[in-house]
Ligand binder design. Structure first.
Ligand SMILES: [Cu+2]
Length: 477
């Protein structure tokens, strides 16, 4: 049997059979007891679970024993280079469970999870939730199991185009710079990491932004996987990993054993314990019963060992980035826009690009870091603008936007746990191109940078949002 192909949901009919069977399986999985590893609740709890959240406390039934919860629940990997492989494993086991459920309901064998590609500029409608997820009824029932009432993204509403941008695909390296420079396509080298720390580029955008734009239970990692759209979103993030690998022979997965060989625990479709490590999931055709993505050239995504080794041997080691500016006090944000000035010191070491010396040569890479971002309550995303002129609005200057702080998971990352100290999240924006634009418009001051932070919505009562430090790094070549 050929491996299953995951389809683009926006190219399927509103109630294509894949979606009808998904809806039926979701309903069936919701009817299973909490203690059944193939139940909807158990599958979502693997990502995140906290009885203090109404979405969890409202679900009836006895929970598994504490030791089982500790081993299998709250496992999602964020702010780490395990973000992509862990979610690939998680989605593959889930797809296997849904497929078995479909067969159990007398449906066809080989069900595959569609993906939600929201980033195609030629099809702006794809920035809306697919119709099957917003319809009030399903073809087989006057209640639609794929509908989720808590979402903020309503039927027919679109996510902003900037929130689904694919700048991450231009990242050269999977792994983050150890400090201050690029956060990498896939994230920073860590051990098991459930929540706090620096997000990789694909995780930050579009992954985090789509979570918070859909909103409701999707907007928090503790509850996100309870929403049926979660799985199509993650299939797409998994697809983008394949797209990045296929885009360039230089784009390669890490080879370190501490990445390849860390084992994660799951449950298979028969409810039995199972485990996988990143080395097991590098070729999607070999993951469980295997899968590919509609429209992704597979051969290009899987480099031969020999080619990869040759390219690695030719890759230039980068000089470390140099910090040239930082705030000296934490910034507490309210609902109003907040502007601050960063004084930039002249680069003295690695930040002085050799090519800078040659007049007109490209400048060094420039990275704006937001460190120790902590929050309580439900903070909205915050847009970041550079050198916005006094008295002028951000709407007049979309070209000055550096990005947004999504804040997905910021609340959980701000509470100290067994695993981390609660020092929050860390975001990096590569602003080299924006700096070049400012220079050509004579709006760049090499001694001072003006940063404006604009929350997208007023902060709800009881919400707190703090940025520990903002810093600027230059990296020469
Ligand atoms: Cu996610």
């Amino acid at each position: 049997m050929p491996v299953r192909e995951r389809a683009d949901v926006w190219k399927l009919a509103q109630w294509d059979q894949q979606l009808v069977w998904y809806a039926k399986a979701v309903e069936k999985m919701r009817s299973r007891p909490f203690t059944d590893p193939t139940s909807w609740a158990y599958q979502a709890a693997i990502h995140g679970y906290d009885i203090a959240y109404p979405a969890w406390s409202a679900l009836p039934g006895a929970r598994p024993a504490p030791a089982e919860q500790k081993r299998y629940w709250n496992q999602c990997q964020h702010a780490t280079w395990f973000f992509l492989p862990w979610h690939r494993m998680y989605v593959a086991y889930f797809e296997q469970i849904v497929a078995a459920t479909v067969v159990g309901l007398s449906g066809p064998a080989g069900w595959s999870l569609p993906f939600w590609n929201y980033s195609d500029p030629t099809r702006p409608e794809t920035r809306q939730l697919p119709h099957a997820f917003t319809a009030s009824s399903a073809p087989f029932s006057n209640h639609n199991p794929l509908l989720q009432h808590t979402r903020e993204l309503g039927p027919g509403q679109s996510m902003p185009a900037v929130d689904v941008a694919l700048s991450a695909l231009r990242e050269e390296s999977f792994e983050a710079d150890p400090h201050g420079g690029s956060s990498g396509f896939g994230g920073r080298a860590t051990g098991f990491n459930h929540s706090a720390g620096r997000h990789g580029q694909l995780e930050q955008l579009p992954h985090d932004m789509v979570h918070v734009d859909v909103g409701g239970i999707m907007g928090d990692p503790v509850t996100a996987a309870l929403d049926p759209i979660f799985w199509l979103h993650h299939a797409n993030i998994d697809r983008l990993w394949q797209v990045w690998l296929a885009d360039s022979a230089q784009h390669l997965d890490p080879t370190a054993s501490k990445w390849r060989d860390l084992v994660f625990d799951f449950n298979s479709s028969d409810g039995k314990p199972a485990s996988m490590k990143p080395a097991d999931v590098l070729d999607t055709r070999q993951v469980l019963s295997g899968y590919t993505y509609e429209g992704v050239h597979l051969a290009a995504a899987v480099a031969s060992e020999a080619t990869a080794a040759r390219i690695r041997s030719m890759t230039k080691v980068k000089v470390p980035p140099e910090m040239v500016a930082a705030t000296d006090a934490a910034v507490e944000l309210g609902s109003a826009p907040h502007t601050l000035q960063l004084t930039i010191a002249p680069a003295s070491g690695s930040g002085r690009s050799k090519t800078l010396a040659a007049a007109g040569g490209p400048g060094p890479d420039t990275f704006l870091n937001f460190e120790n971002v902590t929050a309580a309550g439900t903070p909205p995303p915050v847009d970041v603008y550079l050198n916005l002129p006094d008295g002028e609005s951000a709407q007049q200057h979309p070209e000055l936007r550096a990005g947004a702080l999504p804040l997905f998971g910021a609340v959980g990352a701000s509470v100290s746990t067994e695993e981390h100290a609660g020092d929050g999240l860390h975001y990096v924006f590569k602003v080299s191109e924006l700096v070049e634009i400012l220079k050509t418009q004579n709006r760049w001051n090499p001694k001072q940078l003006r940063i404006t932070l604009i929350p997208r919505k007023p902060l709800p009562a009881g919400t707190r949002l703090k940025v520990g430090r903002i810093s600027l790094y230059l990296q020469g070549s």
